[in-house]
Write a protein that binds this ligand. Structure first.
Ligand code: THG
Length: 262
């Protein structure tokens, strides 16, 4: 499982405050803590309160790169903010994200090619978030076809079914899980799959339990990557254990110690 740490997001008040005050120490601590807990990459989002996201995204990325060379996942719905971030990333980045809209795809696929970045495609369109698996697959197929035509390597494409909170979209959870399995048969090589895990538990009282139950279920449907809170050690251990049961890790008595990334 490829883990992207979600905590450097201006939606969290302490990160929003650190961005506004240009407090590098706070950002660098959250970067290093998430990596120490096993994150392979760091999601970076200026948050809704940023008044100058084009500058703030560069400050965030440069601040993080002072302490690590790990992959940066640039999280913004605005292509100009993503491009601004790509200009300062040192290593291969992840663009988070495009939608299935032609205007977005036409802007972001060339950017991904130019900067040799990976690309997350959300199965969402101007019409909004799909209500079932078939609508998700239709949008996923549009994203895959456009990437293919543009010569973008499908290995570098991550499809995201958009996880909805279980308290408002309970009847959709099974369709979201099945989408993960069906996205993988849209092309050869298969696109990869990703979710924003914490979405599933928003507004509920037992968030960690819902997060880790959804994660292991999604892994059994073939999930490749997740944006999540790596500081939740029970979540991380559940993910490692699911990979063990799916035969992606070799069993030994101390498998947790062996597969926790440092
Ligand atoms: N897919 C992709 N990218 C994404 C998402 C996705 N990026 C953003 C988000 N979804 C994933 N990251 C988070 C980060 C935090 C929370 C949920 C998802 C979260 N935050 C608390 C809340 O809203 O209750 C904030 C608490 C606070 O304000 O302190 O749950 O789906 N590709």
């Amino acid at each position: 499982m490829f883990i992207i740490g979600e905590l450097i997001n201006g939606m969290y008040s302490y990160i929003g405050k650190a961005i506004a005050e240009k407090n590098k120490g706070v950002i660098q601590k959250y970067a290093l803590d998430q990596l120490k807990a096993g994150a392979d990459a760091l999601d970076v989002n200026c948050g809704p309160a940023s008044k100058q996201p084009i500058l703030d995204i560069q400050w965030l990325i440069e601040t993080i790169q002072e302490v690590t060379d790990k992959t940066i996942c640039i999280d913004s719905s605005k292509p100009d903010v993503i491009e601004s971030g790509l200009k300062v990333t040192k290593n291969k980045a992840i663009i988070n994200s495009t939608t299935a809209d032609v205007a977005k795809l036409d802007k972001l696929i060339p950017l991904a090619k130019k900067y040799h970045a990976k690309l997350i495609g959300l199965t969402i369109s101007a019409k909004g978030i799909p209500q079932n698996k078939d609508q998700r697959l239709e949008l996923a197929a549009q994203i895959v076809a456009t990437c293919s035509e543009a010569g973008f390597l499908l290995d570098d494409l991550y499809l995201d079914p958009i996880v909805m909170p279980v308290n408002v979209a309970q009847s959709q959870q099974n369709e979201i899980l099945e989408s993960i399995r069906e996205f993988k048969i849209l092309s050869e090589p298969s696109p990869k799959t990703i979710v924003g895990l914490s979405n599933v538990s928003q507004g509920t009282f037992v968030r960690p339990l819902i997060n880790r139950t959804f994660l292991v279920m999604a892994q059994s449907f073939g999930l490749d990557a997740a944006i999540l809170d790596p500081l939740d050690s029970e979540l991380m251990d559940a993910g490692i254990t699911a990979d063990l049961i799916l035969n992606k890790h070799i069993f030994c008595d101390k498998y947790l110690e062996a597969y926790r990334k440092k």
